[in-house]
Design a protein around this ligand. Sequence first.
Ligand SMILES: NC(=O)c1ccc[n+]([C@@H]2O[C@H](COP(=O)([O-])OP(=O)(O)OC[C@H]3O[C@@H](n4cnc5c(N)ncnc54)[C@H](OP(=O)(O)O)[C@@H]3O)[C@@H](O)[C@H]2O)c1
Length: 332
Amino acid sequence: MEYKAFVVSEDDSGSYLGGIKTLNIQDLPAGDVLIKVECSSLNFKDALSFSGNKGVTRKFPHTPGIDAAGEVVSCATDDFKAGQKVLVVGYDLGMNTSGGFGEYISVPAKWVMPMPVAMSAHQSMAWGTAGFTAALCIDKLLMAGAKKEQGPVLVSGASGGVGSIAIMLLVKLGFEVHALTSKTADKEYFKQLGVSEIVSRAEFLKSSAKPMLKPIYGSAIDVAGGDVLATMLKMIKPGGSVACCGLVASIELQTTVLPFILRGINLLGVDSVELPLNVKQDMWLKMASDWSLPALLDQCQLIAKQQLADTLQSMLNGNIKGRYVLDHNLAG
Ligand SMILES: NC(=O)c1ccc[n+]([C@@H]2O[C@H](COP(=O)([O-])OP(=O)(O)OC[C@H]3O[C@@H](n4cnc5c(N)ncnc54)[C@H](OP(=O)(O)O)[C@@H]3O)[C@@H](O)[C@H]2O)c1
């Protein structure tokens, strides 16, 4: 059976191009579960795969899409029934395994979770990998003792997927949130998210030369790495924590031990990809219940396959706001 997929290929000049191709289900990798994908969310890692980044995807042509929500077509194990609504988030999906930007995926049963009953495919992908990661960051901060009385939480990449959902969830949980962003003119957008203060990324980075800075924030969530993370560490109040999950600025981190030994702060690493499935499932159930964000779907733009290339390019340029979800049923 044939299906459509957004496929990234390398041309003769070594450039990478994305386009819609007709593929055959028989060419999908052998997997336990064949899933008809309804939606897949756009994540920075998909943009890296689209750009030909070999750290994400080794071999091209390739179909990105690191998460997917859809319906089981067939399952070779007893785990799932045909017609069951399911989610796949992380592991190798969309990296070197054909991902959710295709209308079908074929994956191991141990990657697949039942869709939480309180969530639709659209709602689940409005969260997507970015929202799941935001929830994991907040969970880690809370486990490390973060409390609203300790002061505002600073969130970097505030207009992006992880950042915008982290802000919404922190606000729901009663935290004061400051948004670290390049898009300081978008006041109305950040007001709608519930942000108390907008911090210009350019101004923030000017303060970075000193070994320590005035402690302002109770905790922080960082998607950038590099100087952004290094500067954040100098501004956390004693005993506070920073959840580190991203690398949009740099994979480097040049810091000193001073924030750790003078203020006792914690640097908490967050990986959403290789967590055991039961841990993922527990967090998705929390996102569908106590941590649900009814307004999230309104903040999210549904796009067709034909819009993927432009949207992924905007993502690489740091120009997008909020969440984008590919809906395979939308005509371009
Ligand atoms: N650890 C994990 O498991 C995990 C899971 C998901 C995502 N991630 C990582 O988290 C990061 C964010 O992902 P995302 O999906 O939220 O991406 P995104 O939607 O593209 O958002 C990234 C945002 O970062 C800001 N930004 C862009 N370039 C920057 C730079 N040079 N310096 C500082 N900030 C910059 C921009 O926001 P402003 O204009 O508002 O500053 C941009 O919108 C990525 O590195 C991704 O790989 C990790």
